[in-house]
Design a protein around this ligand. Structure first.
Ligand SMILES: Nc1nc2c(c(=O)[nH]1)N=C([C@H](O)[C@H](O)COP(=O)(O)OP(=O)(O)OP(=O)(O)O)CN2
Ligand SMILES: [Zn+2]
Length: 124
């Protein structure tokens, strides 16, 4: 079976602080969070596309809107769990899977970079 992995990248701006963190990241600070979305496709459509990059970009943009230019600690579920890169990646994976997964397409992983020297990859 053929498999294609497509990816798109974007960023959003948001503040966060890590509750109970023993250091400077417990203080409110901001990042331009870099996001990479990967989807796996097993079949192409009649145009030869796994899924249109434009669809991926608009769905990701919409999913990030509740976080963009907010303090993540104020936004569910990060009002309860720490807005670490790990938790942000896992939450975004859930959001994007519910938007995109179907019989041909599946979100495979999410990468999040808080800074250009620190990043996480999440897949279930
Ligand atoms: N495993 C994780 N560790 C840390 C997280 C995280 O989400 N997961 N987050 C932070 C802080 O939020 C911090 O903003 C990022 O830390 P760091 O990469 O150290 O950022 P600096 O700008 O301080 O980088 P320097 O290279 O030290 O200048 C911390 N840890
Ligand atoms: Zn941070």
């Amino acid at each position: 079976m053929a498999r294609f992995e497509l990816s798109i990248e974007t960023h959003f701006s948001a503040a966060h602080s890590l509750r109970d963190y023993p250091g400077d990241c417990a203080r409110l600070h901001g990042h331009n969070w870099h996001v990479k979305l990967y989807v796996e496709c097993t079949e192409l459509d009649e145009l030869g596309l796994g899924i249109d990059y434009k669809v991926l970009k608009s769905e990701l943009k919409e999913a990030l809107e509740p976080w963009d230019h907010y303090n993540l600690n104020d936004v569910p579920p990060f009002d309860r769990i720490n807005p670490s890169s790990e938790n942000v990646a896992a939450e975004l994976y859930k959001k994007m899977s519910s938007r995109l997964d179907n019989e041909r397409v599946r979100v495979s992983r999410i990468e999040i970079c808080e800074t250009c020297t620190a990043m996480v990859t999440y897949w279930p």
